[in-house]
Design a protein around this ligand. Structure first.
Ligand code: AMP
Ligand code: MG
Length: 330
């Protein structure tokens, strides 16, 4: 695959590849996406294929404007339109009833489609130039750590002929996936996935926001039902190859063997072995941004186990803890 600079020439070559049904690594403000023409059933199929993504896990479709995005829905509840006006372009994905002519696989057979307008200037320009909406899940093989640099994408897909190349726009600004929200019945507002738009910000615009922590998910039939509505919600995900043990925020340092690597929020004195610190100054934004890179780095060391502490559970911290929890599930 090619490694393109994200200038006007690179963007032109990438959009031509997309028009020909190829896939392209696309920078967004959340993470790098593996993009393909959302209206081309073949291109959509090859996204699933290349990612080894199970066909029950639907994709997010990206568009260059609110009108272009909402045009892919068959109906738009008033609250959804309001959220689109407030948060787009940006890291919020809206799950809406889908237009019948979209490829079925895009929605993994569901009656809904997930939509977002990204704020990244390169994503925006690429969408504008190629003239079609782009399905773009995170550019990693299924269940693995999401890519936040072009090099991560190159590592994942070097040997995949369907991927024409990656547009390199440096590290992603947020480094964490979008928040996913659905509207069952047209009046409820349910958070399916925590992400880069904090719940507190959504709450300012929604009367009654529903969501459930992944840690509370087990043996919860109501949630299992919602899990069906958002298949990515409950799965072990975002996972390093090395087993990860997750500790509460204030837990003491546990006994550990020599082959242990550590991931902490602000750093812990007295740890033996490699340690990654998410944010020395305790900034959740910086922590969110560094999370996947730190996990990748620790995972590459070939250790026996990773031990991580949760971060404060507010704002972006809730989404960071969600990713750490999923990474720790076996
Ligand atoms: P990814 O593109 O890898 O960041 O993951 C997209 C996630 O968005 C999926 O795993 C689902 O959890 C969620 N999603 C996408 N489409 C839908 C949909 N139609 N209904 C519910 N959730 C969806
Ligand atoms: Mg993903």
């Amino acid at each position: 695959m090619e490694h393109w600079k994200a200038d006007s020439e690179g963007i032109a070559v990438a959009s031509e590849a997309l028009r020909q049904g190829k896939l392209v690594g696309m920078p967004t403000e959340t993470v790098y996406g593996l993009a393909g023409n959302a209206l081309d059933a073949q291109a959509v199929a090859s996204i699933f294929d290349v990612k080894q993504r199970p066909t029950f896990d639907p994709l997010i479709v990206h568009a260059d404007s609110m009108d272009a995005a909402l045009a892919l829905a068959s109906s738009v509840p008033a609250i959804a339109r309001h959220l689109a006006e407030v948060f787009w372009p940006g890291p919020l994905t809206l799950v809406l009833p889908r237009r019948a002519d979209l490829p079925d696989l895009l929605s993994a057979g569901l009656e809904t489609v997930a939509l977002r307008v990204p704020s990244h200037p390169v994503a925006h320009q690429l969408l504008k130039e190629c003239g079609v909406p782009l399905a773009a899940p995170s550019a990693n093989r299924f269940g693995r750590i999401s890519p936040t640099t072009a090099d991560h994408v190159l590592e994942e897909f070097t040997d995949a002929p369907e991927v024409a190349g990656v547009l390199d726009a440096g590290a992603c600004e947020m480094g964490l996936e979008s928040t996913v929200v659905g509207f069952p019945g047209g009046d409820r507002v349910v958070v399916y996935r925590l992400g880069a738009t904090p719940l507190e910000e959504l709450n300012d615009h929604v009367d009654h926001l529903e969501w459930v922590r992944v840690a509370d998910a087990e043996d919860n039939p109501e949630l299992a039902k919602r899990g069906e509505q958002s298949p990515g919600m409950l799965a072990r995900h975002y996972a390093p190859r090395t087993p990860l043990l997750l500790l509460e925020q204030d837990a003491e340092i546990p006994d550990s063997d020599a082959g242990t690597g550590w991931l902490s929020f602000q750093g812990h004195p007295g740890l033996e072995g490699p340690q990654e610190v998410l944010s020395v100054k305790g900034d959740l934004r910086e922590a969110a941004n560094r999370l996947f890179g730190c996990l990748r780095h620790l995972d590459a060391l070939g250790l026996d186990q990773l031990i991580a502490w949760k971060v404060p559970d507010q704002g972006l911290g809730a989404a960071i803890n969600d990713r750490l929890t999923r990474a720790s599930l076996r």
